[in-house]
Write a protein that binds this ligand. Structure first.
Ligand code: UFG
Length: 351
């Protein structure tokens, strides 16, 4: 048993808790009085994020964090965690997430993302912990027939192995919940998470050249890269550039806490979109970021990127109705907080 667990708190295991969305969610969980065990192998995260989390939440709350450096596929490490701590629920973020890399390394992506989920649910079952939130993605909607996307919109073909891992893990978890009604599973389909904690102490710190728009824009803004490559300006959108539903990572983190609070005593598998409901184009993002950082962010128009859809944005009314959750931040807030993080940490956690 975990001797640090107070009578009112519950203990949440967060896989990938040192990563971008994980670290922000850990802050929210600690602020809610929860005990948190982070399991992360730091393959795509920085240990310094843990010190920063502690700085944000303060000494007392930081005592409720335990960090275990391990791969989620390491069954013995998971068993040791479940034996030592009275884990009430699990939030599963850990996984490879670079779309382009997944095309180059399909075996690694399928093996790691699907393998670690199977190891995790097997360990959970054996230790009698059957409450799970999974990080899914709007990528499962593929190229949508109609917008906005509701949870009833069909899942469609993915364009890369990363997307398929999310698609398949959703189905695996549905089967798990179907087979045993003791399971209580929530699939959260994220749209495009950006922004950073308003303190500027934690944020997105991709290794190598960023694949995603916002980290690329912010690295151009801070002078690490020359210009943003805008992938296509001939889409059927108002300015021809791709449209996405960008969501502040703090809103996303709050969505996990809302889902966790909603789940108690439920059974089955529910899916929720987490977005804002508003579509924003690439050029609108570059303009909003230029406003936030106080100078023009240079860009060049390039051909379309293979596998990109022209537009997607969410209908989030299900999360509003059932979870009582709604995104609070707009794109200007997201760019302000991304810039605050990037300008104070031009090289990410390394300085
Ligand atoms: N884009 C650029 N230049 C860049 C990077 C992106 O113009 O350097 C454009 C893309 O073409 C797209 C938009 O910016 O129109 C957003 O691209 P991102 O790569 O930031 O995000 P995606 O929508 O492609 O992918 C994101 C997540 C995936 C997730 C998917 C779900 O990265 O993990 O949303 O829709 F699967």
């Amino acid at each position: 048993m975990n001797d640090k667990l107070d009578a009112n708190g519950t203990c949440v295991l967060v896989t990938g808790g040192a990563g971008f969305i994980g670290s922000h969610t850990v802050v929210c969980l600690l602020e809610q009085g929860k005990e948190v065990v982070i399991v992360d192998d730091l393959s795509n995260a920085n240990e310094k994020a843990l010190d920063r989390i502690a700085q944000i939440v303060g000494e007392e709350a930081a005592e409720r964090i335990t960090f275990v450096r391990a791969d989620v596929n390491d069954r013995a490490a998971l068993d040791a965690i479940f034996e030592e701590f009275d884990i009430d629920s699990v939030i599963h973020f850990a996984g490879y997430k670079a779309v382009g890399e997944s095309v180059e390394k399909p075996i690694e992506y399928y093996s790691n993302n699907i393998g670690n989920t199977l190891t995790l649910v097997d360990a959970m079952r054996d230790h009698g912990c059957k409450k799970l939130i999974f990080s899914s993605s709007a990528t499962v909607y593929g190229d949508p027939d109609a917008l906005p996307l509701t949870e009833e919109s069909p899942k469609k073909m993915c364009t890369n192995p990363y997307g398929w891992t999310k698609w398949m893990i959703e189905e695996i978890l549905r089967s798990v919940a179907f087979a045993d009604p003791e399971w209580d599973i929530v699939l959260l389909r994220y749209f495009n998470p950006i922004g950073a904690h308003p303190s500027g102490l934690i944020g997105e710190d991709p290794k190598g050249i960023p694949n995603n728009l916002l980290p690329y824009v912010s690295q151009v803004a801070v002078g690490r890269r020359e210009a943003v490559h805008v992938f296509g300006n001939d889409y059927d959108t108002p300015d021809g550039t791709g449209v996405r539903d960008y969501i502040h990572v703090m809103d996303l983190a709050a969505g996990h806490v809302a889902a966790l609070n909603w789940m108690s005593d439920k059974s089955g598998c529910e899916v929720f979109n987490l977005g804002t409901g508003t579509g924003t184009s690439v050029l609108q993002i570059i303009n909003a970021f230029s406003e936030a950082c106080g100078h023009e962010v240079p860009y060049v128009i390039e051909p379309r990127r293979p596998g990109d859809v022209s537009a997607n944005y969410a209908d989030c009314s299900k999360a509003a109705e059932l979870l009582g959750w709604k995104a609070q931040y707009n794109v200007a807030d997201m760019c302000r907080d991304s810039w605050n993080w990037q300008s104070h940490n031009p090289n990410g956690f390394e300085g």
